[in-house]
Design a protein around this ligand. Structure first.
Ligand code: BG6
Length: 491
């Protein structure tokens, strides 16, 4: 058998995209609670705020992260806007049913995130919110009932607006203490229920600004924010081991597989630099405990002076992670030439590859790229890999008898699991695989529900209309079979 019996199979979701209950149980709002719904053809979604004169202002985000409001802006709700994350898939009220369905598929793991705004709605100053703490305790106990091991992410695209209003966000060093205290409460409260943790989701997306037109000020801000997150992460890793030596903590890096579009050595170099800058800059710090040598080149290119404290270097060195979690959806090409067609992606923009098919949302499908990418990162880091996100966003049709024939999703998953199997057979140490969004949830880039990733269908649409009943898709039965056969039966 290619996959061992203790290989972890399951799915991953995130608090903001699945829970709903946006103002229940003492939770305070997060940025994305004020974002609208986009479409496959639009450039994404917007955060809508109130201007001084009461009219609407719009901010376009890089993915699920929006810029902070302009000084005169205010977070407000408008009646004519549907805010899809506020109810999301209503996991907040359906978690028992959802976990029972996961157990029926035979999951051995489940990755979700904890909403910071449920645990500390108003930072350390406002105190921990017991109701929020109890909600996750109930979820984790439910998982335990079915022997599903949680992998818990502490921070995933849901910045509480309190931190923007109080500190101006992660450029402020104070955020390190806020995060570490939040982590301490979670690590302590759930000590007996959770021992696999991820500190930040796709932490490297902060570096994506380098791909867009930007000035030195923006660059300085992003590098500084990322430095603070890296230090907060390292301190959390150390704390996790003190609180429970059984704890294993990983990083989660957005994986992108890119190819040089032409054999022009300039394209080859550009492609390699992209891997260094967007993936390794953060992964090196989290896995090897220090910034890579090419960080100097990047700081020079962007005119950066990092503000650091002496303890930062020690903490980064001591707080390295034990597994490398990553997401993988697609691949793209890179080129220094200007004639190529750009192609879409969630967070990465790149160039079209004539050899690949695309999803309905324009994402290029590349299972071999998945295998390539696993070899690349395992060769470099030599620590266990955990595939935290992989899946296909597509529209589904519910037949009159309630069945959903999503063979396109099955094909995507089959090809990617096969590629992962080959990587394992060729020596890559992969310890688990969680498909993205196994229960339909709100898309991060467009805010849509109709861009479905689930194996479990949630009966609601882009405007929140529907019963929120759950239905098993064909992929549900297929994945169950894959898990039962330890990844051998992919037919
Ligand atoms: C990942 C994110 O990069 O992509 C998820 O971590 C996101 O939050 C997923 O949902 C798919 O992207 P999208 O935009 O289709 O939801």
């Amino acid at each position: 058998m290619s996959f061992s019996k203790d290989f972890l199979w399951g799915t991953s979701v995130s608090a903001a995209q699945i829970e709903g209950g946006w103002n229940e149980g003492g939770k305070a709002p997060v940025q994305v609670d004020f974002a609208n719904v986009g479409s496959a053809s639009s450039s994404g979604r917007q955060l809508i705020y109130k201007k001084k004169d009461g009219s609407k202002g719009q901010l376009t985000g890089a993915y699920a992260m929006f810029p902070h409001l302009p000084e005169y802006g205010e977070y407000a709700s408008f009646d004519d806007i549907y805010y899809s994350n506020r109810k999301a898939s209503d996991f907040y009220h359906h978690y028992k049913e959802d976990i029972a369905l996961m157990a029926e598929m035979g999951f051995s793991t489940f990755n979700t995130s904890i909403s910071w705004a449920r645990i500390f709605p108003h930072g350390i100053e406002g105190g921990a919110n017991q109701e929020g703490i109890e909600f996750y305790r109930k979820v984790f106990k439910e998982l335990k009932k079915y022997h599903i091991e949680p992998i818990i992410t502490l921070y995933k695209y849901d910045e509480p607006i309190y931190f923007e209003q109080t500190y101006g966000g992660w450029t402020n060093r104070q955020m390190i203490d806020e995060f570490v205290e939040f982590a301490r409460v979670c690590l302590t409260e759930y000590k007996d229920l959770v021992n696999k943790w991820i500190t930040f989701n796709e932490i490297n997306v902060l570096m994506l600004f380098r791909n867009l037109p930007h000035d030195q000020k923006v660059a300085q801000k992003r590098y500084q924010e990322l430095h603070h997150q890296l230090v907060a992460s390292a301190r959390t890793v150390k704390l996790a081991h003190q609180i429970n030596p059984q704890n294993k903590v990983g990083c989660m890096i957005a994986g992108m597989c890119t190819y040089p579009l032409t054999p022009d050595p300039k394209d080859v170099m550009d492609n390699y630099k992209y891997f260094q800058d967007i993936f390794c800059y953060t992964a090196d710090v989290m896995i090897r405990g220090q910034y890579p040598s090419f960080a100097n080149r990047m700081w020079k290119e962007d005119g950066i002076h990092l503000e650091t404290s002496e303890n930062d270097w020690k903490d980064l060195k001591e707080g390295t992670v034990e597994f490398l979690g990553f997401s993988y959806y697609m691949s793209q090409c890179r080129t220094t030439h200007t004639y190529a067609n750009t192609t879409k992606g969630n967070i990465f923009t790149g160039y079209e590859n004539p050899y690949l098919q695309k999803s309905e949302w324009g994402w290029q499908i590349d299972p071999l790229g998945f295998k390539n990418f696993m070899h690349l990162i395992y060769d470099r880091y030599q620590i266990p890999l955990l595939v935290i996100e992989n899946g296909l966003g597509a529209k589904d049709i519910v037949e009159s008898d309630g069945t959903i024939h999503d063979d396109y999703r099955i094909n995507y998953l089959r090809e990617h699991i096969s590629a992962m199997k080959e990587a394992v057979e060729e020596g890559v140490n992969v310890v688990g695989y969680t498909t993205w969004g196994g229960i339909d949830l709100i898309s991060a880039s467009t805010g849509q529900m109709e861009k479905r990733y689930g194996l479990i269908y949630v009966d609601t649409d882009d405007q929140g209309e529907g019963t929120y009943n759950r239905y098993r898709k064909d992929s549900f039965y297929w994945y169950k079979k894959v898990i039962e056969s330890y990844g051998e039966d992919l037919d």
